[in-house]
Design a protein around this ligand. Structure first.
Ligand SMILES: [Fe+2]
Length: 277
């Protein structure tokens, strides 16, 4: 077994360049993400793979994992990965940028192995279920390199924030992989941010990025769901989440706004063009 792990690790290490993986620089400067901590007192639960799960807990865990599409058994995920390469071919300006995008894909496929393993351990039928990407953010037109850069900066960041929250998860297999997923997803977000910085290097690029914020910013905030979600207290009570949708969205928005301002961009009104408040 360890030989195989070494090969994957070796492949990752040989893939390192000055830029890739982007998470190295982000974590070298300290903890880049805000602390997500539960503010309410609650029972402590701990369930490992194969443990009998209370019905409500299993339902909530499966519901939460449905949103994490990157599973080897999810046809829609593999299809989505394919479109990523099409976009890179059509929109990316240099071979170097396309190679970076391919590194990103390789890492998402690594996640697909990890989430597949988790899904099989939970429910074999679920592991094979095709779950199309339902949230409208995944269907926003990506017509420019800047669109794709925003997708990674904002949507992979959503993954990093969720993975940060799983560090304390009552489901042991998820808690075990949380730090790796968080780190990788933050790296993907930083990849998008790196591209945005290149695009914003001139006035025309910055104008384009400011305009596209009107499309991507509200969608990114909407990905955290409704603030009055009736499931949030249940997720928190069972130790599957630490905070509710409004709180994780607030932390996320604070992080994103600071990053946008650092590029000379103005964060839009957070209530404008929203579908899920
Ligand atoms: Fe990602």
């Amino acid at each position: 077994m360890s030989g195989e792990m070494d090969v994957i690790q070796d492949a990752e290490e040989r893939g390192r360049t000055d830029l890739w993986p982007f998470w190295r620089r982000a974590y070298a400067a300290g903890d880049p993400l805000p602390r997500i901590a539960c503010a309410v007192s609650r029972e402590t639960y701990r369930f490992d793979e194969g443990d009998p799960l209370p019905a409500e807990y299993r339902e909530l865990l499966t519901k939460m994992l449905r949103h994490e599409g990157e599973r080897a058994g999810n046809k829609s995920f593999l299809g989505f990965m394919g479109t990523c390469l099409d976009l890179a071919e059509a929109l990316y300006p240099t071979r170097e940028a396309r190679v970076i995008k391919a590194e990103y894909l390789a890492e998402e496929l690594k996640h697909a192995i990890m989430f597949h393993r988790l899904a099989v351990g939970l429910d074999r039928d679920f592991a094979l279920r095709d779950v199309p990407y339902a949230h409208y953010t995944f269907h926003l037109p990506r017509e420019t390199w800047a669109d794709d850069a925003y997708f990674h900066f904002l949507v992979d960041l959503n993954g990093a924030f969720h993975a940060r929250d799983w560090r304390e998860s009552s489901y042991v297999p998820l808690a075990k992989m949380a730090a790796t997923v968080e780190r990788d997803e933050l790296g993907h977000s930083e990849m998008g941010y790196h591209f945005l910085r290149e695009i914003c290097a001139d006035g025309r690029g910055r104008t384009l990025c400011q305009r596209l914020l009107g499309k991507w910013y509200p969608a990114a905030l909407d990905m955290f769901g409704r603030s009055d979600s009736k499931n949030a207290p249940l997720f928190i009570g069972w130790g599957l989440k630490s905070v509710d949708n409004a709180e994780i969205r607030r932390l996320y928005q604070g992080y994103v706004d600071a990053k946008l301002i650092a590029l000379g961009l103005e964060p839009p009104d957070p209530l404008k063009s929203r579908r899920f408040l």
